[in-house]
Design a protein around this ligand. Structure first.
Ligand code: NAD
Length: 459
């Protein structure tokens, strides 16, 4: 085999997990290749986190000016939107970051090989006619939206998050099945843009993986915003027709111009050659890995959505760093799911880390809880965004922070502080001692931490 086809590390898939793994491997002196069938940057950059947050930036601004401008003394009676420009700004944001990733590959001398990579075993990867050899392989092929059995995506009436993200126009009305991250983010976007929105969730609350109080706060905010939320709702069938979709629920039917199915994502584990490489997957197709991201096959690591856990870009990137460091013989820290921050960019935003209150009790902790409402925070009042709260969950016996939950404006920025406190195995008492700048939303976290010991100052 030619020397140019031999690498120390080959990464299959260039999403946030894959390209971060490649950068870390190259930083550690490894001759690295990355293989990508589509565009560098993967789901997060092209059809996920980035374009959807760009859309939400436009919808949030439109909503604030259109529906609340006068409250802030802004008189702009003609506030309107041009969806083509919203879409081209979305694409501009993506392109800017895409160029950035391409530049990072060049800067780190990572060879980018375009094409569909297939593992052949013994460190070989076939990309079309070319076969490369790598001492270590990191598989990072990601995930795809799951369909609902019996209901086909047609990309027009019945769509998934890929279609919704890249759409060139808005539906008049939309029904969304699933109130996880995708469902509540798109419910926010469509509602802020003035569409009629029905949100259908099978379980008994929105964002069922979050703390129960967070779900309640979101439900209240969504209802106030005019989103029709149906929980404990079973979808029996959906039929696209002329100009609309009819969704059959157990307790009646509803019609909307579009149906967005947001019931989770499944691993891209087919057609990768996992079997040939001896990589074991679980019943749902997720690759089994240990806390160093090693698979069952020597010389093969796997990261990101492909391995399950939290299907989040920042978790994937972190796993990529762990895998690359392990390959280079530097076991610095294992992957810990409980340190992954979870962020949902609905309005209000939701962010969390560690255990919910219910999970902490289920695990047998004697729990103490501190909560502080945004309505008592000066900056939130200035923003005119007083819905929500910060909440910390701690072990009453040792004082240690177990989890933190924020629902409200900029929750996704605020979670970094309690996440760091968890990493340092800190206590709410220490967060409370941190001198938070005033007036900032971050004071909500400090006050919630103080509240865990009954000494919040501003409530
Ligand atoms: P999800 O698993 O987060 O939520 C799916 C929801 O659909 C659940 O609440 C589930 O109970 C519900 N559901 C399932 N079947 C149903 C049915 N037949 N009828 C009604 N409800 C049903 O999945 P998602 O929202 O599609 O997101 C996919 C993945 O992508 C998740 O892992 C998510 O964390 C990730 N993601 C993250 C972000 C973010 O972090 N901001 C944004 C988008 C997606």
């Amino acid at each position: 085999m030619l020397e140019s086809d031999q690498f120390e590390v080959a990464v299959l898939g260039s999403g946030t997990g894959g390209y971060t793994a490649a950068i870390r491997a190259a930083q550690l002196g490894k001759k690295t290749a990355i293989i990508e069938v589509a565009k560098l940057g993967g789901t997060c950059l092209h059809i996920g986190c980035i374009p959807t947050k760009a859309l939400l930036e436009s919808s949030g601004l439109y909503h604030k000016l259109h529906d609340r401008g006068q409250e802030f003394g802004i008189l702009a009676p003609e506030v309107a939107f041009d969806y083509d420009r919203i879409a081209s700004r979305r694409d501009g944001v993506v392109n800017q970051l895409w160029k950035g990733v391409q530049g990072l590959m060049r800067k780190n001398r990572i060879e980018v090989i375009y094409g569909c990579g297939l593992l052949e075993g013994d460190g070989r990867i076939r990309i079309g006619d070319r076969v490369i050899q790598a001492s270590a392989i990191i598989v990072a092929t990601g995930s795809s939206p799951k369909p609902l059995p019996g209901i086909q995506f047609d990309g027009e009436r019945v769509i998934n998050s890929d279609h919704a993200t890249l759409a060139g126009k808005l539906p008049e009305s939309v029904a969304i099945i699933g109130a996880g991250a995708v469902g509540v983010e798109f419910a926010t976007f469509y509602r802020q843009m003035g569409c009629t929105v029905t949100l259908i969730e099978a379980l008994d609350r929105l964002v069922p993986l979050e703390d129960e109080e967070v779900s309640r706060a979101l439900l209240q905010a969504f209802q106030k915003a005019g989103i029709d939320c149906r929980v404990k709702a079973r979808v029996l069938d959906a039929r696209p027709g002329r100009g609309q979709v009819t969704v059959q629920l157990e307790d009646g039917e509803l019609r909307a111009s579009q149906l967005l199915i947001a019931v989770g994502r499944g691993p891209n584990s087919q057609g990768v050659g996992l079997e040939a490489a001896g990589v074991e997957v679980d019943q749902r197709g997720f690759v089994k890995v240990d806390e160093w991201m090693r698979t069952s096959a020597p010389g093969v690591w796997a990261i990101g959505d492909l391995v399950g856990g939290y299907l989040l870009a920042h978790a994937a990137a972190h796993e990529g760093v762990i895998a690359a460091e392990d390959i280079a013989g530097r076991r610095l820290h294992p992957m810990e799911q409980e340190l992954v921050t979870r962020c949902t960019y609905s309005t209000p935003e939701i962010a969390s880390v560690g255990l919910t209150e219910a999970e902490a009790r289920e695990r047998g902790y004697e729990v103490k809880v501190g909560k502080f409402p945004l309505v008592a925070n000066a900056r939130a009042i200035i923003h005119g965004e007083t819905q929500g709260f910060g909440k910390v969950v701690a072990d009453a016996r040792t004082g240690q922070l177990l989890g933190a939950h924020v629902v409200g404006v900029q929750a996704t920025e605020l979670i970094a502080e309690p996440a760091l406190a968890r990493l340092f195995q800190g206590d709410p008492w220490e967060i409370g001692r941190n001198i938070h700048p005033h007036p900032t939303l971050s004071e909500t976290i400090g006050e919630a931490a103080l509240a865990a010991d009954g000494v919040a100052l501003n409530i």
